[in-house]
Design a binder for this molecule. Structure first.
Ligand SMILES: Cc1cc2nc3c(=O)[nH]c(=O)nc-3n(C[C@H](O)[C@H](O)[C@H](O)COP(=O)(O)OP(=O)(O)OC[C@H]3O[C@@H](n4cnc5c(N)ncnc54)[C@H](O)[C@@H]3O)c2cc1C
Length: 466
């Protein structure tokens, strides 16, 4: 295959008219030949900017160098030194604003396709069954991790590799956090990628206890009483936001987390799932919001046979979702109503959704976020007929975790206050990181935080007698 050094080796994608009817992955991975060709584009810079651009500081040039030599297992082992989730990150990280955004190749041409290379190595490791990394000898120290999302998994993985005895306590039935219950299958396969990479963590000895929320019933104090010497909190930000408009309590109004998790928890045959299917299949759905989560909801609804309209109060230029996600949604038939905002949900006689009342918006002066502030155009109200509405307005941190934890300081948005980059909270021996500290951010930011806390916990344990 000939190679244009200025361009990435192209990726194959399912055609929009086909993928709109299935949940298979949209983007296909590289073959070994394609991956090796793409790896040849890496300049192996003396000061690797790509690594600086990765919030988890993955060994990017090192793994690509191994791949260039054709040593796929070696490439995997280089990645595994810092991450247990290469298949996840290779698929869902925002590479244009992270590693690839810093790649020197990107100055004059396209950056190296670091994400696709990472994905190739991870998939090869899963297919070939490469061994887990060697662990340090046991140091006998016990650490509890609360939450099994990317932050908790990254923290537990590093602690276990360094010899600690680690148990993750997870509220849900399955481990993985948003990877398991948020990001749709067509972007992130559950069985072959998420479950496999959660197993990467158990393969280095981490125990995972599911269906076990830490909060009022089992508290952080209980964990210390049970003999854990340090605790990491990676409980994410799952509390949905509401618009507070009339009629929002109608049957058929969903929050994005509820909508996505019902399908991803595999219980569509349960009453809740059947109810949701009834509102979606061959129906008109309005999705409120313009972020990545709104795109995930819209594209999931399309695949379930709905006609989907996105409603967003600012203009196209301010849409917070990634441009490739917006393009994919449009190709799959999602219609965008920009500069439009809901003011009420109109109910039918049975209390279900009948339509949504919208108002046209105009943009004024920039607000504190730097984006132009939307304001209503008086008298521009109109009705849009729909069968269900999904509010994708963002999420916040659940206040219960702090309420149930003596001495843990939180801010007014319920985010856990940490004293430094290591995630030390106001309570000695308790660390926190990921969305519960920053508010909703990204997978790799959560992983970086979990890893930094693990390093700090190791130092804390050393300074404290066993
Ligand atoms: C729909 C959606 C799509 C996204 N897409 C992307 C993307 O493409 N790329 C990207 O980088 N980021 C994406 N994100 C953001 C990313 O998933 C999050 O930033 C990341 O998962 C945060 O990791 P975390 O470990 O902090 O929290 P989470 O992933 O939220 O995990 C927290 C875990 O803690 C558990 N938990 C909560 N409370 C308790 C308790 N009391 N006791 C025990 N366990 C508890 C939860 O059940 C959960 O398993 C997306 C988010 C959503 C919602």
């Amino acid at each position: 295959m000939a190679i244009d050094k200025m361009k990435k080796v192209p990726v194959h994608e399912q055609e929009p008219e086909i993928r709109a009817h299935n949940f298979n992955e949209v983007r296909q991975g590289y073959s070994k030949e394609e991956a090796q060709l793409e790896a040849q584009r890496c300049l192996n810079c003396k000061v690797p900017k790509c690594k600086e651009g990765c919030p988890n500081q993955n060994n990017i040039p090192e793994f690509i160098a191994k791949l260039k030599e054709g040593d796929v297992e070696g490439a995997y082992r280089k990645l595994a030194e810092r991450t247990s989730l290469p298949g996840v990150c290779g698929r869902v990280c925002d590479q244009p604003h992270q590693c690839e955004g810093k790649c020197v190749r990107g100055i004059k041409g396209e950056p190296v396709a670091i994400g696709m290379l990472e994905r190739f190595v991870a998939d090869a490791a899963a297919a070939e069954g490469y061994d887990a990394l060697e662990k340090a000898p046991s140091n006998g120290r016990r650490v509890a991790v609360v939450g099994s999302g990317p932050a908790g998994l990254a923290c537990a993985y590093k602690l276990a590799l360094d010899g600690c005895d680690v148990t993750i306590f997870e509220a849900q039935h399955e481990a993985g956090g948003v990877l398991r219950y948020g990001i749709p299958e067509y972007r992130l396969p559950k069985e072959t990628v998420v479950e496999h990479e959660v197993r990467n963590v158990t393969r280095v000895g981490v125990k995972i206890v599911t269906d076990c929320p830490i909060g009022k019933e089992h508290t952080i104090d209980d964990l210390f009483v049970q003999g854990f010497e340090a605790v990491f909190l990676g409980v994410g930000a799952w509390s949905p936001k509401h618009m507070g408009i009339p009629g929002e309590d109608a049957e058929g109004v969903y929050t994005s987390d509820k909508f996505l998790s019902i399908f991803l928890s595999g219980d569509v045959s349960e009453p809740e799932g059947l109810e949701l299917k009834k509102h979606v299949e061959n129906k008109d759905i309005v999705v409120v919001g313009g972020g990545n989560v709104a795109m995930d909801v819209a594209r999931t609804a399309v695949r379930l046979g709905a006609r989907v309209q996105v409603v967003y109060r600012r203009s196209e230029a301010e849409l917070p979702a990634r441009s490739d996600e917006i393009a994919h949604a449009k190709e799959e038939g999602v219609v965008f109503n920009l500069l439009t905002n809901p003011v009420a949900v109109v109910k039918d006689l049975k209390g279900g959704v009948c339509c949504v009342e919208l108002v046209k918006m105009a943009l004024g002066e920039p607000d504190e976020s730097g984006r132009r502030r939307p304001r209503e155009i008086k008298g521009s109200n109109f009705l849009m007929k729909c069968d269900a509405i999904v509010m994708a307005l963002g999420t916040g941190v659940d206040p219960n975790i702090a309420e149930a934890t003596k001495g843990l300081e939180i801010d007014k948005s319920n985010r856990i206050i940490v004293k430094n980059e290591d995630g030390l909270t106001s309570r000695p021996g308790v660390y926190a990181g990921g969305d519960d500290v920053t508010g909703p951010l990204t997978v790799v930011h959560a992983m970086g935080a979990g890893r930094r806390s693990a390093a700090a916990i190791l130092e804390y344990l050393k300074s404290k007698k066993a």
